[in-house]
Design a protein around this ligand. Structure first.
Ligand SMILES: [Fe+2]
Ligand SMILES: [Fe+2]
Length: 243
């Protein structure tokens, strides 16, 4: 558990989720890295107790492993889980990472020219993924949820704008491939998200954030491609066979 006398740098090094908390409170990982948490908070007129409380919350969340087996969840609960956990992560993390990469590229591109490319790739990923999750939330997921709820009553739902659920699923899977491709490119140009020895705390936090995002995206895509989508396709076939 972090303490008020520890430096900002030490806290981020031992608890990666601290970078997000500091960002929310405007504690700067570069200029305030060597200050004690107490000192950094005093400069910004923040309550150190409040920051410590948020750090503790973030740590608890970090340790709280994955939820119950997704295969055993109902379709509705699975969709809710994907939106609440993984879409929320896309919305929260990508703008934060883009902003950090932009600041870092402006300051450190002379020593690490790849940072400019990291910023461009992250911006591309942000734009693509924001559009992608919106399509899922507005079109595909409500369709699948309705198909599940109305399994006995009626099929197809009146508002369906495609002939088979496999069509939008195919599109979503292609977009997953594109996102995975951008993340592998990020991994490759950062040599596996390894910051150089001279990296400042922002640089370290950006690469740790990228690595966390990669892990979250893997789980997100797995839940859709391997669990939700096959179930939706089976459900549609079942409904069709009933005529
Ligand atoms: Fe998704
Ligand atoms: Fe998706």
């Amino acid at each position: 558990m972090p303490t008020a006398t520890q430096s900002v740098r030490d806290i981020v090094a031992t608890q990666p989720s601290a970078a997000k908390v500091f960002h929310r409170f405007d504690i700067d990982l570069c200029s305030q890295a060597d200050k004690s948490l107490d000192g950094a908070c005093a400069e910004l007129q923040l309550s150190v107790d409040q920051v410590l409380e948020k750090l503790a919350d973030a740590e608890t969340q970090e340790r709280g492993g994955p939820p119950a087996d997704p295969a055993s969840m109902s379709i509705g609960r699975l969709i809710q889980h994907i939106v609440r956990v993984h879409h929320q992560n896309v919305r929260q993390e990508l703008p934060r990472l883009v902003e950090m990469a932009g600041k870092l590229a402006a300051k450190r591109s002379d020593r690490a020219p790849e940072l400019k490319h990291v910023e461009e790739l992250l911006e591309k990923l942000r734009a693509e993924m924001f559009a992608h999750i919106q399509k899922e939330e507005l079109v595909l997921f409500p369709f699948i949820a309705q198909m599940d709820q109305d399994a006995i009553v009626a099929y197809p739902p009146a508002h369906a704008c495609f002939r088979s659920v496999s069509h939008p699923i195919f599109m979503m899977e292609q977009e997953h491939e594109s996102a995975n491709h951008v993340v592998s490119e990020l991994r490759s140009i950062t040599l596996g998200f390894q910051p150089p020895v001279w990296a400042c705390a922002t640089h370290v936090a950006l690469f740790a954030g990228l690595s966390d995002f990669e892990a979250d995206l893997k789980q997100h895509v797995h839940l859709e491609n391997d669990v939700l989508f096959p179930r939706a396709i089976r459900l549609e076939a079942e409904l069709n066979s009933r005529g």
